[in-house]
Design a protein around this ligand. Structure first.
Ligand SMILES: CC(C)(COP(=O)(O)OP(=O)(O)OC[C@H]1O[C@@H](n2cnc3c(N)ncnc32)[C@H](O)[C@@H]1OP(=O)(O)O)[C@@H](O)C(=O)NCCC(=O)NCCS
Length: 141
């Protein structure tokens, strides 16, 4: 029977997902999956001043670095590395086997990640803003 596709309110999608996601994940991964997603934010502080932030999303034993931002005037003084190290400690605590991040290929962000022990895993052609993007990773275990 043909179906018609229409936009729905977030709540309608959430209800459907709540009822059907478990079966769908089991079919997708071929084992029973409990999908638990959490987000952790870290701040680099100088006294009460926030000089940098890192945000990490943890799910399926993978810790994805969503953001690392250090104030321009506070860069190259170790704050970014410390933020990633703290994020890795928490990821380890939650039994993540791997950290990941997506950055523009050959960018200064990629160099920063490489200095912090990340390796280029793949290049996604014409990805964000149609730019090549490097998938970076660091194994934890
Ligand atoms: C990338 C960023 C987070 C780095 O923060 P930072 O506090 O300056 O980094 P650190 O001082 O901890 O540097 C850690 C290592 O990376 C290197 N590094 C940092 N920035 C670099 C850059 N722009 N180019 C090349 N290497 C860099 C440092 O030299 C250092 O290496 P070393 O210890 O071996 O000498 C910061 O420049 C920033 O906020 N940039 C804008 C947002 C961004 O690109 N975020 C990255 C997303 S992953």
């Amino acid at each position: 029977m043909p179906v018609e596709i229409s936009r729905v309110e977030g709540r309608d999608a959430e209800t459907f997902l709540r009822d059907h996601e478990r079966e769908a994940l089991k079919t997708l991964f071929n084992f029973s999956v409990v999908w638990h997603e959490q987000r952790h934010d870290f701040a680099a502080l100088d006294g009460k001043d926030v000089v940098g932030i890192a945000t990490v999303r943890i799910a399926a034993s993978l810790a994805h670095v969503e953001q690392v931002i250090v104030l321009p005037e506070r860069r190259l003084a170790g704050a970014g590395r410390l933020l990633l190290e703290r994020a890795a400690e928490v990821a380890n605590y939650y039994n993540c086997h791997k950290m990941s991040a997506l950055v523009p290929h050959h960018s200064s962000a990629q160099q920063f990640l490489e200095r912090c022990g990340y390796k280029e895993e793949a290049v996604l052609p014409q990805h964000t803003f149609k730019l090549d993007v490097a998938a970076m990773r660091k194994f934890l275990l």
